[in-house]
Design a protein around this ligand. Structure first.
Ligand SMILES: [Zn+2]
Length: 447
């Protein structure tokens, strides 16, 4: 189909059924396809194997490794636009709405990250979980602890995941162990951004991360907005309008503000590279403002289901043109698999049917667009970085054994409505393999 970088040496070729989104209703569907990746992890060819043999003969002798995945699917890696590293130990803690759930389960799990040994253990677990769930990019909140966040970046760097990550900022209405001095919060965030934003050839990126308005003073939001805007190319990551009790709290903090969105806007927290998790309870003016500022949203249906936070206005947001992706929101979302999140996105809507193609797009290229990373990741195209997964729906019970011989519509439907972590056979980021389910059989190496 396409190829680039004719001068590349030492290529790896992956043969399989390539499925990669173009937009919410179209995708590339190439059986007996070939994905060819150079030693820098850049895709140099995607297309039919026969086409490669015919048109790219000049690349043939540069292939030093060839893996055949047969009928299995080769797809872009999942892009999770919102999740919490320290909460990986706190999934499935039931029985509360947001504000009580935070107090009862989440703050205690975050306090533990002041211990560097624990923080390292949890970070390793978290990034391994990402890899085996097929999630290649994550927009990650850590805790208020600078050292634990630094450790998390080190582990992400070693493990090879792609992250937009940041130290949580909190200076009000939180347990004393998690409440910072404003100046310390700002300087720690600034230093971490200086150290990590753009590291590993741009694979690691920094997000300034005020948890949300309730745990911030107005000074923190204002200074954070300034710092983010001064730190070119960095991200802003926070929660917005998730639950009614949270919104009531913000109303008490800012009685003269028109809405929660306006509070963030007044402190300069909206704009490109600003990722707002949840954003459920929005009115027409809020949506207009988010669109005008080119802010993006992380829709987290599993979490919204779990905490009974409300229903994301999916089609309204879609029509508005606001960029948005899907997020697992672990731990309020009980599992990291974006296949489960896709299914929940459909289940969550009481009236509208969201099709598998739209959902798959949203978990990959749509998420990449929400993060302004679509030139680098989100789909399998020559010139992009090789973040991809190998998927075998037959690993899951209840899926017919000849599913991979069926139509693409049947395959996509099985993936979205029956898929979970078990269907992931291998995960690659920038051409490096981070996870393999079956080392011996396929002679693949886990990095
Ligand atoms: Zn969250």
């Amino acid at each position: 189909m396409t190829n680039s970088h004719q001068q590349s040496r030492n290529l790896s070729a992956y043969r399989g059924h390539i499925v990669s989104p173009i937009d919410g209703s179209r995708l590339n569907d190439i059986r007996d396809g070939l994905l060819v990746v150079d030693e820098n992890g850049q895709i140099v060819f995607v297309g039919a194997e026969s086409e490669f043999d015919k048109d790219a003969a000049n690349l043939q002798d540069k292939i030093i490794r060839r893996l055949d995945f047969g009928k299995r699917l080769i797809m872009p890696g999942m892009v999770d636009t919102h999740l919490h590293l320290p909460q990986v130990t706190a999934t499935g803690k039931s029985g509360e709405h947001l504000m009580n759930w935070l107090q009862r389960f989440i703050f205690p799990s975050e306090i533990r990250c002041r211990d560097a040994v624990y923080a390292r253990k949890i970070a390793k677990w978290f990034f391994d979980e990402m890899a085996c769930n097929g999630t290649t990019t994550g927009v990650v909140m850590t805790t208020v602890h600078k050292e634990a966040t630094d450790i998390a970046f080190q582990i992400a760097s070693e493990r090879g995941l792609r992250v937009i990550m940041g130290k949580m900022m909190m200076n009000a209405n939180a347990p004393p162990e998690l409440t910072e001095e404003l100046s310390a919060s700002l300087s720690a965030s600034h230093e971490l951004c200086q150290k990590w934003h753009g590291a590993d050839g741009g694979r690691l990126m920094y997000a300034f991360t005020p948890r949300f308005a309730p745990t911030s003073t107005s000074e923190l939001l204002k200074e954070c907005g300034k710092l983010w805007q001064e730190s070119k190319g960095s991200y802003l990551h926070t929660h917005l309008a998730e639950s009614q009790d949270e919104i009531d709290f913000v109303k008490g903090q800012y009685p003269s503000a028109r809405s929660y969105v306006d509070v963030y806007h007044s402190f300069g927290l909206l704009g490109k590279n600003s990722v707002m998790a949840h954003s459920i309870h929005l009115d027409e003016q809020d949506i207009k403002l988010l669109r005008e500022t080119d802010s993006s949203l992380a829709h987290c249906p599993s979490s919204n289901f779990f905490l009974k936070s409300g229903v994301f206005q999916y089609n309204r947001i879609l029509k508005s043109g606001i960029r948005f992706g899907l997020g697992s929101d672990v731990a309020a979302g009980p599992q990291m698999s974006l296949f489960c999140v896709m299914k929940d996105a459909n289940y969550m809507q009481p009236h509208d049917w969201l099709g598998p193609e739209e959902l798959l797009y949203r978990a990959t290229l749509g998420g990449a667009r929400a993060l302004a990373l679509e030139a680098r990741i989100g789909s399998l195209d020559a010139g992009k970085e090789a973040d991809f997964i190998v998927v075998d729906p037959r690993r899951r019970t209840g899926i017919i054994s000849d599913i991979l011989d069926r139509s693409i519509d049947e395959i996509l439907s099985a993936l979205v409505f029956l898929g979970d972590d078990r269907i992931i056979d291998a995960t690659f980021v920038r051409g490096r393999q981070l996870f393999s389910r079956e080392n011996q059989e396929s002679e693949l190496v886990t990095a």
